[in-house]
Design a protein around this ligand. Structure first.
Ligand SMILES: [Zn+2]
Length: 364
């Protein structure tokens, strides 16, 4: 069973959470502040000569979802996909911490079938584990904070997760990283991955007054610490690439973005306190004339993978805007479906097809 049955509707249909979250960050954040201007005009640029990534992010939260992915990989390759970001979070048969397995965890043997098939079809696999935020969805709290409630940034608060968007773990609790790093190692090894996506999007509970360690601290320092701790393990210790969503690193008040796809809590200042060889998946799901964060991330030296969802004109606008930057650090495009894959359907996801067409990928 999916842990997040409504997650495909996230960021578009969230009436329950919107009011609570707005209360956290203030209504002023919802409007574009004076001086927000596109950093570069939107334009349809010619395709660059460099090879571009066409990625797809999928949720694999059950054995059934994994089997659907296995069936669909040949069709995805035929549609031009050469990267899969596979998000399983706790839904893997972790051996180091079996107490943290989700309800229907994927076996190592199944992951090996995915690895073999992806290799056969020349698709890069990057597993994802949501770090820091997204430790709950609706009324359900995920295994780390149910098994180790002392790691919660707001321990004992918000029963039933009422009044919050998602729980976070505490970036200063000394017990978190040793356990989480064990899980990340198992994903890296299971997927034989050369990169790992650590999520870190939509973190609203940070520097909480309810946390004895974080109260009063700078959200940017705390967010940067969480990023740098993960980097120290994934990149420095394991020699892999680290990927993450970009929204908490975007200065919301200076750009015409909303509260979900950018930061109004100050975490964005962490962008100058983290290594620049992290791959930033810069997601924007609504049509805009410009997406200034793409330029900001590139100017700072990051590699950027702009990411779209189901709004086809928005996906095309983001891609066209991104293609205007003639640098190898603009990697291509990542599509998301925010649900598990379905055999016979996912490779025909309209936004994916539109991006593939724009990138000149020939349908099989
Ligand atoms: Zn804390």
């Amino acid at each position: 069973m999916s842990q997040r049955t409504n997650r495909d509707n996230r960021r578009f249909n969230r009436p329950r959470w919107r009011a609570a979250t707005v209360a956290f960050i203030g209504t002023a954040a919802l409007v574009c502040q004076a001086g927000c201007r596109p950093s570069k005009p939107a334009a349809v640029a010619p395709l660059p000569a460099r090879p571009l990534v066409l990625g797809l992010h999928v949720l694999i939260e059950s054995k059934g979802a994994a089997e659907e992915l296995i069936k669909e990989i040949p069709a995805l390759a035929g549609a031009g996909v050469n990267l899969l970001v596979v998000e399983s979070d706790y839904n893997y048969e972790y051996e180091s911490h079996p107490e943290l397995r989700g309800e229907d965890p994927i076996s190592k043997a199944t992951v090996k079938r995915i690895v073999a098939l992806a290799r056969e079809y020349k698709i890069r696999l990057v597993p994802e584990f949501q770090a820091l935020g997204h430790q709950s969805w609706a009324g359900k709290t995920f295994p780390l904070l149910t098994r180790y409630p002392e790691f919660d940034e707001t321990p004992g608060k918000f029963p039933g997760n009422e009044g919050i968007y998602c729980r976070s773990w505490c970036p200063l609790h000394p017990g978190v990283n040793p356990i989480v790093f064990d899980l990340l190692d198992e994903l890296i090894d299971g997927y034989e991955a050369d990169g790992l996506h650590v999520g870190m999007d939509e973190v609203f509970l940070i520097a909480s007054d309810y946390c004895p360690r974080c109260k009063g601290k700078d959200p940017a320092d705390l967010f940067a610490k969480a990023v740098n701790d993960l980097y120290g393990h994934i990149v420095t210790a394991r020699g892999k690439e680290m990927w993450m969503w970009g929204d908490r690193l975007i200065e919301g008040p200076a750009m015409s973005y909303g509260v979900w796809e950018s930061s109004y809590s100050g975490t964005w200042r962490a962008v100058d306190r983290i290594p620049k060889d992290i791959v930033i998946c810069d997601w924007h799901y609504e049509p805009m004339k410009a997406y200034p964060s793409v330029k900001v991330f590139l100017d700072k030296g990051f590699r950027v993978l702009p990411t779209s969802f189901r709004n086809v004109p928005a996906a095309e606008a983001l891609l066209d805007y991104s293609l205007g930057f003639d640098t190898n650090r603009m990697l291509g495009h990542l599509c998301t479906i925010w649900r598990g894959p379905k055999a016979g359907e996912t490779s025909n996801f309209p936004a994916l097809r539109a991006i593939a067409r724009r990138l000149g990928r020939k349908p099989a």
